[in-house]
Design a protein around this ligand. Structure first.
Ligand SMILES: NC(=O)C1=CN([C@@H]2O[C@H](COP(=O)(O)OP(=O)(O)OC[C@H]3O[C@@H](n4cnc5c(N)ncnc54)[C@H](OP(=O)(O)O)[C@@H]3O)[C@@H](O)[C@H]2O)[C@H](O)CC1
Ligand SMILES: [K+]
Length: 483
């Protein structure tokens, strides 16, 4: 955003004008939230975020609200556009931490925005704690103070906002947890920064949504037949651990894979056979068995991991799949089997579309011993680095699932639902992603679409959701998407 800001100024919009537009957007939203002539308490910080606050305060005073403003730091420390903006405020300038937040109709948090560089302490911390304790609705300027704009982390303490108004485009913190939970509904104000600038400076970062992948969502034509829609193979665990594979297989079939086969160890053939109808079944005895099946090029997408067991045999299955250069989804045991062996995965997936789908715990185990991949505070950064390292698309699951491609593109998902936290949910996601790749959807788009459809299916079902319901809810989601 700083670069976008600078470019907008170079393109002729003075920084002060940007600030005026930002402040006006804040004032306009404040008017919607406060009662006419109500009390508005503005806490302004030492930088440009504070500057936005000064502009908003002056406008709201002109619009006959009872506005009080407190500053963190001293007015003579203000610089640049913020110092200019402060001249527009003719009212008193108190101390931010002494403001009577509890008297406010609404509070405007203009303490810190994208310039936060460290944890809040001393006066800054007191101001935020008192603001939160007031129980009054808080409107955050750009982002809630105390939230790190890049990572979404809470830096010590953070404003719990009722609403947020941000400028030009949302930042990672508006989608990444816990930042997202501190924002309330986020409004994006257009302050004249061009779409071209934003796309150039946006860092190939997107909020996950159908706009990102609807153009590659399979729409079977009248003439298409099942072999054109690919053949997904899902490896099953042993006789007492076959459900995961069937959940993935059913999801692959539901999302439109033309054919789906479960590759089952001999001792589980009977168990699987008893449950399968449209999904086909093949005996598969370990890596050699998988290698034999993959001689048939029609198996063009694979799911390995769910309930396969954490051992060298699973690693050998992965090696066979990589060698066969088929679209591949690795999850659960296929990831954890490489715990501490991540260097074996360096560049391993460059040759075929591959998606890894760890949750945070599996990610940490898989990349143990690789601080360069584990240390970044930002989940987005961790996913991007691991994608570049492995050559695969990384899906780091959670309330804020992040999808990152080796080429730098990334999407943050925001339609997650707590109902998805149920056994077998991850197995189903694997099947959705593999089933899309079986139909020719590229790995990054298949992962983004799979994550979004998976969450939408869960949300559409709601309370009482179990994994078996997810695949069955997919048709409803597809109907909406393909309408
Ligand atoms: N993006 C846009 O299009 C526009 C953005 N605007 C607003 O500008 C802010 C960013 O302003 P900036 O001055 O870069 O940073 P902040 O206002 O967020 O922070 C200000 C100063 O605070 C100090 N700081 C940082 N962390 C702490 C801390 N933990 N405790 C105390 N002080 C802290 C820091 O100074 P230091 O020298 O002490 O590091 C910062 O200078 C953006 O968020 C928007 O609101 C434009 O106004 C409109 C267009
Ligand atoms: K703020």
């Amino acid at each position: 955003m700083k670069q976008a800001d600078r470019e907008a100024i170079e393109s002729g919009i003075p920084g002060l004008e940007l600030m005026r537009r930002a402040g006006r957007a804040v004032a306009d939203l404040a008017e919607k939230l406060a009662s006419a002539g109500g009390k508005i308490v503005v806490a302004a910080g030492p930088g440009q975020n504070g500057g936005d606050g000064f502009v908003a305060a002056a406008l709201l005073a002109e619009r006959s609200y009872q506005v009080s403003l407190g500053l963190l730091g001293s007015s003579d420390r203000l610089t640049g556009d913020a110092a200019e903006a402060a001249k527009g405020w003719i009212g008193e300038v108190g101390r931010a931490e002494d403001l009577r937040f509890y008297e406010a109709d609404i509070v405007i948090d203009a303490l810190f925005g994208t310039g936060l560089t460290r944890d809040l302490e001393a006066r800054a911390r007191i101001a935020v704690e008192r603001m939160n304790a007031s129980g009054r609705p808080i409107l955050a300027v750009d982002l809630p103070s105390g939230i790190d704009g890049e990572t979404g982390e809470v830096r010590g303490v953070a404003v719990k906002a009722a609403r947020t108004v941000t400028f030009a485009a949302r930042k990672p913190c508006h989608l990444l947890m816990p930042g997202r939970a501190y924002c309330g509904p986020v409004e994006v104000a257009d302050i004249g920064i061009s779409r071209k600038t934003l796309e150039a400076r946006g860092g190939a970062l997107f909020a996950n949504g159908s706009a990102l992948w609807t153009h590659v969502l399979p729409r079977p034509g009248l003439s298409s037949h099942k072999y054109e829609r690919g053949h997904t193979l899902v490896a099953s665990g042993g006789a007492t651990r076959t459900g995961a594979a069937r959940l993935a297989a059913r999801a692959a079939l539901r999302i439109g894979s033309g054919l789906v086969t479960v590759a089952s160890p001999p001792e589980a053939l009977g168990v699987n056979a008893a449950h399968l109808t449209a999904i086909m079944l093949r005996g598969c005895d370990g890596p050699e068995g998988l290698n034999t099946i993959l001689q048939d090029p029609r198996f063009n997408a694979l799911v390995l991991g769910p309930a396969l067991g954490i051992h060298a045999g699973t690693r050998a299955m992965v090696a066979v799949a990589v060698h066969a250069r088929r679209s591949l989804v690795l999850d659960a045991d296929a990831l954890t089997s490489f715990e501490g062996l991540a260097s074996e995965l360096h560049g391993a997936f460059r040759h075929a579309p591959t998606v890894l789908t760890p949750h945070d715990g599996e990610f940490s185990r898989l990349f143990k011993g690789h601080p360069d991949l584990l240390d970044p505070a930002s989940k987005l950064e961790r996913a991007r680095r691991a994608a570049a390292f492995t050559g695969a698309v990384l899906v780091i699951k959670g309330a804020d699932t992040v999808v990152a491609a080796p080429d730098g593109r990334a999407g943050i998902n925001e339609n997650g639902t707590p109902y998805l936290a149920t056994a077998g949910s991850g197995d189903t996601l694997c099947g959705l992603i593999a089933g899309l790749m079986a139909q020719g959807v590229p790995a990054f788009e298949a992962a983004c679409a799979g994550v979004w459809i998976h969450a939408e299916a869960g949300a559409s079902f709601g309370p009482g959701l179990i994994a078996e319901d997810l695949a069955e809810a997919v048709p409803g989601v597809l109907r909406e998407l393909l309408r």
